[in-house]
Design a protein around this ligand. Structure first.
Ligand SMILES: [Fe+2]
Length: 140
């Protein structure tokens, strides 16, 4: 587990969507987020790059899982939610390119850290929570 610092994010029961599989994925994202935060101010560009790649890949898979569940359930906010995912993924991808292609990695890392934290926590605790009761009502 990554060492705690002031930007460590902790899972809270309040984040729960009520859908076990998606909650588990959110916990994994939070752990990657903390891994990134722990490395962000180091000079280990290779390790930072590796965790960013992991985070990008996992986020994409997770978004797809959520979108498939929402689509299958004919969730009324599907389009809006998917647009939010698309915007965030575009932003994350742009920041990653900036990190790999630039020479002020500490500055970019600080930008990535605050974007990730703010976005994920807001999205998980607000937008994602809304689909919870809707999807849960359809579970067998
Ligand atoms: Fe989502």
């Amino acid at each position: 587990m990554a060492p705690k610092n002031e930007i460590t994010v902790e899972w809270q029961e309040d984040y729960s969507t009520g859908i076990a599989k998606l909650d588990e994925q959110h916990k994994t994202i939070i752990s990657y987020l903390n891994e990134f935060n722990a490395l962000a101010m180091s000079d280990d560009k290779r390790a930072i790059s590796a965790i960013l790649i992991k985070l990008l890949g996992y986020t994409l898979t997770h978004f797809l899982d959520e979108e498939i569940s929402m689509y299958a359930a004919r969730y009324t906010e599907f389009e809006k939610h998917r647009n939010e995912h698309n915007r965030f993924f575009f932003e994350l991808r742009s920041l990653y390119i900036k990190f790999e292609g630039g020479n002020n990695s500490r500055l970019v890392c600080a930008e990535i850290a605050s974007t990730l934290k703010e976005w994920f926590i807001t999205h998980i605790s607000d937008t994602d929570k809304k689909y919870g009761p809707f999807l849960a009502s359809l579970e067998p």
